[in-house]
Write a protein that binds this ligand. Structure first.
Ligand SMILES: Cc1ncc(COP(=O)(O)O)c(C=O)c1O
Length: 353
């Protein structure tokens, strides 16, 4: 075997359990996707693109940055469109982290953050989400910042725990990071569900990078569509890292169509957050199943026999995501009210209630 970089040889690929999952066979509550199809306007736009004799031509992006900027409320020059927010995370990581640098990633959190940091050969510090509600470890992170790590990753709200950094503490964290010359990656994958964003800090903090996705609330996971928001001069640097065609044309077409059809997606978010999630919380509460407070479209639960629950749900055609950290938990995505009612019915059968 050729001599791979030592940190790569020591890594494992990130293999999420994708095998055999199909929306035709299962209710998919395992990847926090939309549980219904993306909007008809997006499907039509993709169809039209396929018929437009442009599939054989390299991508060109036209006003894509402008469309995203107008949606996000910033300048087009403050946006870097990425191949999913995974690429946003990786681009920021590659921009700042060299072999042996320290990166703080509070744990548990989203796997690709660790994967990208490991790829750079980082030393990863993992202060723990802790306590009854798995709270963000603010004190510990503030103290670790004094050791001048290269990058701090804040997943807010956090996947898989669901909770957010306490308001007011985010400013404190950003300020301390700035004082110690630490770049901050603020992962906003669940922004549309939670309403939580650090966008208002971008002007003030030149060390701040927000990553966002269109996978979840716009139903575009298959197209790989995301973006980074940061100060214009930072985006100029990131453009040296991202390839000129990394974002494919299916993503461009889908993003533009989705952003032109916002009411469809806003209604979905409303249904998830105002009807489905409360119904699910109420179900868990009244049946004594522990769950952690969440601001996103998923709940982390700690049932008595997690493996049994996962298996029995699967037998009833429902996939959820078992977690090894925290051990014995399961992450359940929240979708439409109808899908949530199906989940509740299946879970009730398992509990015999
Ligand atoms: C916190 C977080 N960040 C980023 C992503 C990746 O999103 P994308 O599909 O845009 O790569 C996910 C997806 O699960 C996530 O949960």
């Amino acid at each position: 075997m050729p001599r791979f970089r030592t940190n790569i040889a020591a890594m494992k690929p990130y293999n999420p359990p994708l095998e055999g999952r199909s929306a035709n066979d299962y209710l998919l509550l395992d990847f926090n996707e939309m549980t219904k199809e993306t909007s008809p306007a997006v499907k039509q736009a993709l169809h039209d693109f396929v018929e437009s004799k442009r599939v054989q031509v390299y991508p060109e992006y036209g006003n894509l940055n402008k469309a995203i900027a107008s949606y996000a409320g910033c300048k087009a020059e403050e946006i870097l469109v990425t191949n999913g927010s995974d690429q946003g995370i990786d681009t920021v990581m590659r921009a700042f982290v060299e072999k042996g640098d320290t990166v703080i990633i509070p744990s548990p959190s989203f796997a690709m953050e660790y994967q990208s940091a490991s790829l750079q050969g980082a030393e990863i510090q993992k202060p723990r989400y802790a306590g009854e509600n798995l709270d963000f470890p603010t004190k510990e992170v503030l103290s670790l910042l004094e050791q001048k790590p290269r990058l701090l990753v804040l997943c807010n709200p956090n996947n898989p725990t669901g909770g957010a950094i306490v308001e007011g503490e985010l400013r404190q964290l950003l300020q301390k990071a700035k004082e110690h010359d630490v770049a901050v990656l603020h992962d906003e994958a669940y922004f549309e569900f939670s309403g939580i964003t650090a966008k208002n800090f971008v002007k003030e903090f030149d060390n701040l990078f927000l990553t966002r996705t269109l996978s979840k609330q716009f139903g575009l996971a298959s197209t790989r569509a995301g973006y980074v928001i940061s100060q214009e001069s930072n985006i100029q640097e990131l453009l040296k890292i991202r390839g000129p065609y990394d974002v494919n044309m299916f993503a461009r077409v889908a993003i533009e169509a989705a952003l032109a059809d916002l009411p469809y997606f806003q209604e979905y978010i409303r249904e998830v957050m105002e009807e489905a999630r409360p119904a699910l919380e109420e179900f868990f509460q009244s049946n004594g199943v522990k769950f952690y407070p969440s601001l996103a479209n998923f709940l982390l639960i700690a049932p008595a026999h997690p493996e049994n629950i996962v298996e029995q749900l699967k037998r009833q055609g429902i996939l959820v995501r078992p977690r090894e950290d925290p051990l014995g938990t399961i992450r359940v995505s929240v979708g439409t009210l109808q899908d949530t009612e199906r989940f509740i019915k299946a879970y009730s059968q398992i509990l015999g209630v």
